[in-house]
Design a protein around this ligand. Structure first.
Ligand code: DON
Length: 480
């Protein structure tokens, strides 16, 4: 969560999950050192110690205006009275039905005999009771009380390793936000253990240096150059980024403009650098031992960008029996074996290896852009590894290419993350001619499902807010 107060003071709240105390580097490898398929993504071992409840509590303690209990009232009634499913929600639940059924011993409200359809009511009474307990007793109820007991009982039943001690030890952290500049705008974003802010600021600095032609938003040369920047930045992500409580992340160097100019020296107009020839940057002095997003602004001008996640669809698919909520599968965001890709195809090394109590690297990029002291843009997205390049493209489309926020959000997106050495573009959104020319240049172009799902707010000079919800989802933007 990234917060900018009307005074201009900014704060970052890290409520990222942590590895349980019993986790270790090779947790997901068998005795031959091979990755055990699916263990870091489905079922009880995939679960990191949850941070969201303590995160909301700490945010409320510092900035909340309404009583905690009052804030939970709508959530409790939505759980008890039920929500009406959108068509995407119905579709997703149907798609994941078998997996959810497989890992849960008792019936859960997400699974029923006949398929879900739009407008069906999903009632979650266990969740309603859990939220009511948290409303009455605060964050301690979740980490030390009845919910904690149910959670550990669920973990034990399913062969997980989460303990009461892990829950008791969890604490969200206030961190210093990362700040950089892009064409005179101040860009404030999330520090590690998310790689998002750092990678975004590297991309923006590199973009200024390659001097993109603002009239060429979708032209082959623009896509080509941005791809070359993205692959280099994600190579650094793989090598250097991890939980700053465990590893030294050389942030100053990685954001240094001279370092970045060195990184992009090899970018050529007419040639692709294969990812095999791109390594993370090197520099002296560094020891190499190495998704729902919401954007809000209130009447006073307080700006909040929050990205929060269970990781993949319905997380580990495990529902805490009796407590009614899904557990995450964030453990897959660790590098479970050096060089072996995770669900998002991201690779990593020592910096993001599993250690007890360590936070897994993230790509979440809640970001606030400030223009001459005023909040101009609040932005973020889900999308795993593609979050960073999505937020990056919204900033380019609005600030550099001058598009209105809704247009910027609707524009086709593309993504390159170093490995795989593939330029991903959204299905059917890029012309045959552009695809052919990118391929001619030497890019391995693959068309895929939509990239990112942005919910953002633009604030103009008069203080008028424009909310943009991504047409890729069934989200909406509202003012009250
Ligand atoms: O923290 C991360 O980077 C991932 N766990 C985010 C996962 C995500 O955005 C999935 N949504 N599409």
């Amino acid at each position: 969560m990234l917060i900018r107060q009307p005074s201009g003071a900014a704060a970052a709240l890290d409520f990222r999950e942590k590895a349980p105390g019993a986790a270790y580097r090779d947790l997901f490898l068998d005795s031959l050192g091979n990755v055990m398929e699916g263990k870091s993504t489905i079922g009880h071992l995939a679960v990191g110690v949850p941070g969201a409840v303590d995160g909301m509590w700490k945010a409320h303690q510092r900035f909340g205006l309404l009583p905690w209990k009052a804030l939970l009232v709508p959530a409790v009634s939505l759980a008890n009275e039920g929500i009406l499913l959108t068509s995407k929600e119905a579709e997703e639940l149907n798609l994941q039905r078998d997996a959810i059924k497989r890992v849960n011993a008792s019936p859960v409200p997400f699974v029923r005999e006949q398929p879900w359809t739009v407008g069906d009511r999903l009632v979650q009474t266990d969740l309603g009771a859990t939220l009511q307990r948290i409303a009455d007793q605060g964050r301690d109820e979740f980490y030390l009380g009845e919910t904690a007991r149910l959670l550990v009982q669920e973990s034990d039943r399913g062969g997980g390793i989460l303990t009461q001690e892990d829950l008791a030890a969890y604490s969200a952290q206030w961190r210093e936000p990362l700040t950089g500049f892009f064409h005179g705008y101040e860009v404030i974003s999330m520090p590690p253990p998310s790689s998002g802010g750092l990678a975004l600021l590297q991309l923006l600095e590199a973009t200024e240096q390659v001097a993109l032609d603002p009239d060429a938003g979708t032209a082959v040369q623009t896509i080509h150059r941005l791809t070359e920047l993205q692959r280099r930045v994600y190579a650094d992500r793989a090598r250097y980024l991890g939980d700053p409580d465990f590893v030294v992340v050389p942030m100053l160097t990685l954001l240094d403009s001279l370092y970045i100019s060195g990184r992009i020296r090899g970018v050529r107009q007419d040639t692709v650098t294969p990812s095999t020839l791109v390594q993370a940057g090197s520099f002296p002095g560094y020891e190499s031992d190495q998704t729902t997003h919401f954007s809000i602004m209130d009447a006073e001008g307080m700006a909040v960008a929050t990205t929060t996640t269970l990781n993949l669809e319905y997380g580990s698919k495990v529902v805490v029996n009796g407590a009614g909520f899904f557990l995450n599968n964030e453990m897959d965001d660790f590098s479970i074996k050096p060089g072996v890709p995770n669900h998002f195809g991201l690779i990593g090394y020592e910096a993001n290896a599993i250690e007890p109590g360590k936070r897994m690297l993230s790509s979440m990029t809640p970001t606030i852009v400030v223009d001459r002291g005023k909040t101009r843009l609040i932005v973020g997205s889900p999308g795993g590894s593609k979050i960073i390049t999505t937020v990056y493209q919204i900033i380019l489309q609005t600030l550099l290419f001058g598009r209105d926020l809704p247009d910027a959000v609707a524009m086709p997106r593309y993504h390159h993350q170093w490995r795989p050495d593939t330029l991903f573009v959204e299905n059917g959104r890029v012309s045959e001619d552009t695809l052919a020319r990118l391929r001619q240049l030497g890019h391995r172009v693959v068309e895929r499902s939509p990239i990112g799902r942005v919910d953002a707010i633009w604030i103009d000079d008069e203080g008028v807010l424009t909310g943009a919800a991504d047409p890729r989802g069934d989200d909406s933007a509202r003012g009250y």
